[in-house]
Design a protein around this ligand. Structure first.
Ligand code: CP
Ligand code: NVA
Length: 307
């Protein structure tokens, strides 16, 4: 067990601006080490449990490769093959899993589930995506922005599409790291006011027309119209979101050096045109790669503190 007090990463607001400054710098340091094939094993003999109640490619791979590269080991658990799928209470699962491992990542449905899990865990718990938030992805996205364009402070992010876990995480991040979010979604798919802190509203502007949201933006970003867990709504969403595709026209009103981001997986011809996601402003592969580097910094920080 670690001597560091147990802290969890359940939402972006769990860390301060200073801690993000450290994590971004540390991610760059660990990325450079990785590129040089340097061995770095601060988490030697540590075990990460990865619990997946929803599908994943990037999150699983980046956490599993990441803990291995830091000298530790990962155990993959999913709902189907564990007692979680047969109704074992999440509180009991947390007690048991956290007595045998050093750090836990969970991808699940409601944020309440991960909060109940963390409240019963002896070791740090990381949110690998819930219905409400996806903090590891936004951390990777901000690291990617900083790599390409330096600081994100004072910049404007345009969010075109669903009020989902990515959107709410960007809005939380804006308040902490001091940038603006322009949000545009169709009627009926607007942000839930109860999810917005009083402070974050100062960093948020809502637009009916996605073109207005993109005007002057430094980064245009979107995500699937139907997130995991909402598959029943897919047909209705395909119709409602039709005019919220990120196209060359939308990119043309953003700043000239604007980047395009998408957390992936993407649907070309739905939320983004092929010309944009496969075009010169797109940094989607860097975003995906950077999941590895930022999560290594995150796991190292949660288990070892600042090194
Ligand atoms: N972006 C992301 O979290 O991808 P996966 O669903 O593949 O993990
Ligand atoms: N908003 C998407 C992100 C997938 C990585 C979802 O929750 O399905």
């Amino acid at each position: 067990a670690s001597n560091i007090p147990v802290r969890h990463y359940l939402q972006f607001a769990d860390f301060s601006a200073d801690e993000y400054a450290y994590l971004l710098e540390r991610s760059a340091f660990l990325k450079a080490k990785f590129k040089r094939y340097e061995t770095w094993h601060p988490l030697h003999d540590r075990t990460l449990a990865m619990i997946f109640e929803k599908n994943s490619t990037r999150t699983r791979l980046s956490f599993e490769a990441g803990i291995h590269q830091l000298g530790g080991h990962a155990v993959f658990l999913n709902t189907k093959d564990t007692q979680l799928g047969r109704g074992e209470p999440v509180e009991d699962a947390a007690q048991v899993i956290s007595r045998m491992t050093d750090i836990i990542m969970i991808r699940t449905f409601g944020q309440d589930i991960i909060e109940r899990f963390a409240a019963n865990s002896r070791v740090p718990v990381i949110n690998g995506l819930t219905n409400e938030y996806h903090p590891c992805q936004v951390l990777a996205d901000i690291f990617t922005y900083v790599e390409h364009r330096s600081s994100i402070q004072g910049k404007t992010i345009a969010w075109v599409g669903d009020a989902n876990n990515m959107a709410y995480t960007w809005i939380q991040a804006a308040e902490i790291l001091d940038f603006k979010v322009n949000f545009s979604a169709p009627a009926g798919y607007q942000l839930d006011e109860s999810m917005l802190s009083a402070g974050s509203k100062k960093y948020l502007s809502v637009f009916d027309n996605p073109l207005d949201a993109c005007r002057g933006a430094d980064l245009v970003t979107t995500d699937v119209w139907t997130s995991m867990g909402y598959e029943d709504e897919n047909q209705a969403r395909l119709k409602a979101f039709k005019s919220w595709m990120v196209t060359d026209e939308l990119m043309s009103v953003a700043n000239k050096d604007a980047l395009f981001m998408h957390c992936l997986p993407a649907h070309r011809g739905e939320e983004v045109s092929a010309s944009v996601i496969d075009g010169p402003q797109s940094v989607v592969w860097d975003e995906a790669e950077n999941r590895l580097h930022v999560q290594k910094a995150l796991m190292e920080f949660l288990l070892c503190g600042k090194l």
